[in-house]
Structures are given as C-alpha cells and as structure tokens.
Design a protein around this ligand. Structure first.
Ligand SMILES: [Zn+2]
Ligand SMILES: [Zn+2]
Length: 276
C-alpha cells in the first residue's frame, strides 16, 4: 500500500532512502561471507562499562573493505543524486587523502573537529563527508549488531539506562515503536538497527515519567504515527504504533517517511536532544 503523506516530501526522497537501505543490505550480506564479528557478551559489557558496546570492544573492521564500500556508496549517490555530482567528483579525486582506517573511528567518536578540518582541507561540505562516512559504515555496524538484536531488545534487567542512546553503537535515536502484541515501547537505532526497551510513559531525553506532562500528537488520518512530547524538557520522540496498522513496517523507512512529524514537533517548539 502506498502511504499517503500529510505533507509532500521532495520528489524521490523516500525512493532514495529505499535504494540506499537495499544497497546497504546487499553490502552487509557480502561482508558476512568474509568477516565474522568478535563474539561479545553484550549485557555483561554494558553493565561493566556503562558505555555503548562498540566503545568497549575492538571494533576491528577491514580498512580495505570499508574503502570499497565507501566507493560503492559514492557510485550509488552519483546515480541518484545528480545535483551533487560535482561534489562527488571532488571526493573521488581526493580519495587518496582520506584515511579509511581513521574515518570510522573518528565518526564513532563524534569528533566534529576532525571532520570540519578535513572538510576545509578537501573543500568538501562537511554534511556530505559525514553522510558518506556514516552510511558506508552502517553495513559493518549492522553485521556486528545483528547477533545481539534479541538479547538487547529482550533484556529484562535493563542493563542500559541511557534511553535515547543506542546501547550497541552509541548513536542518538529519536524513533520508537509500540509492539503490536502488547504495546511495549522499543527504541530503534537507524544506524545499526538495534532495538531496546523503554517505559511507555517516559521521556527518553530527561527521564520524566509524569503522565501529566507527557502528551502525544498525531496527524489526521495517520494515527499509527505519533509524536510524544515532554513539557519538562521540550523533547519529543517519534513513535510508530504497530497496533494501529496491520502491515509490517520497515522502521528505517518509517523514520524517513515521517519527517513531517519532526517538522511538526519543531514548529511547536520541541527538540531532539535534552539540551536543545
Ligand atoms: Zn545503534
Ligand atoms: Zn523530557
């Protein structure tokens, strides 16, 4: 079924992300044949370190394979994003100036300084640089995270308490789903596809659980998609309520498709992070 959007998204926007996700899946399948992630006792690591798993283990990815995937991503972008062809050519010309060993590390460390220096030195927009480094890394992250999906989602002892941050890769999430069977809430990481449970009436940004100051907004005719807002910190969380829609939904695409909810929340003065 083709979803009907309350606002019109830029032409080709959702298709682009669909293609990107399909391509990333293919890369992940290919990677699986040649590399096997280290075995990790994720809950033990979480409890003992209190940090996302990726920061405690030796996330040792093959630099050469990362470079190949990075170049493949540039090709994909070149085919679908003609507006930025000039910028992409510039990256291609300067590939030898990119340190493929360091890029994923700096990205995971969120080292803004490194990326702004690199962007200035190569004269490539920082957003494009981060986007390419980020999306080329995702097949590796997902390959590493995949064996732990159910352990992390079904962790009854709640070994992880920093709700908006992915317990596996450390990325910030602003998207959750309410499970069809029981309405339980799971946060979703669009980087590594890990899910983890949180309370239902709860602000993931500040920890507020007072039902009087947590509200939800939905747009007309689209009540499977909601925004939970918090009056304490003015944070918001997008949510897909599986109970309101019978079909299986790809959460990565659902997050992309519902950009109008982000606009709506931001228009009303709500933000993504606790210190917005
Ligand atoms: Zn993650
Ligand atoms: Zn809050």
């Amino acid at each position: 079924m083709k979803r009907h959007f309350p606002v019109s998204l830029p032409e080709g926007y959702v298709d682009f992300y669909n293609n990107l996700e399909t391509w990333q899946n293919e890369q992940q399948i290919k990677l699986k044949t040649t590399c096997s992630p280290t075995e990790i006792d994720v809950l033990k690591v979480l409890v003992s370190s209190n940090k996302p798993v990726i920061q405690s283990v030796n996330f040792d990815i093959d630099t050469h394979q990362y470079e190949i995937i990075y170049q493949g991503l540039l090709m994909l972008l070149n085919d679908s994003r003609h507006q930025i062809a000039g910028e992409l050519d510039k990256i291609l010309e300067k590939l030898d100036q990119l340190d493929f060993k360091l890029l994923p590390i700096k990205f995971l460390e969120e080292d803004q300084q490194y990326f702004s220096d690199l962007s200035a030195r190569l004269d490539i927009p920082i957003e494009l640089l981060s986007f390419t480094v980020d999306h080329a890394l995702r097949p590796f992250l997902r390959l590493w995270a995949e064996p732990h999906y159910s352990t992390l989602a079904e962790d009854e002892s709640r070994s992880w308490s920093f709700a908006p941050v992915c317990p596996f890769c450390g990325a910030q999430s602003n998207f959750s789903r309410l499970r069809a069977t029981d309405g339980h809430r799971f946060m979703f990481c669009e980087h590594c596809f890990t899910e983890w449970a949180t309370q239902n009436i709860y602000c993931v940004h500040c920890g507020n659980d007072n039902p009087n100051t947590i509200q939800y907004l939905a747009v007309e005719n689209d009540d499977a998609y909601q925004i939970y807002t918090c009056e304490e910190c003015k944070g918001y969380l997008k949510t897909f309520d599986e109970r309101k829609q019978s079909e299986q939904t790809d959460l990565f695409i659902a997050n992309i498709e519902t950009i109008y909810l982000d606009m709506l929340a931001q228009e009303k003065g709500y933000g993504n992070h606790h210190n917005d």
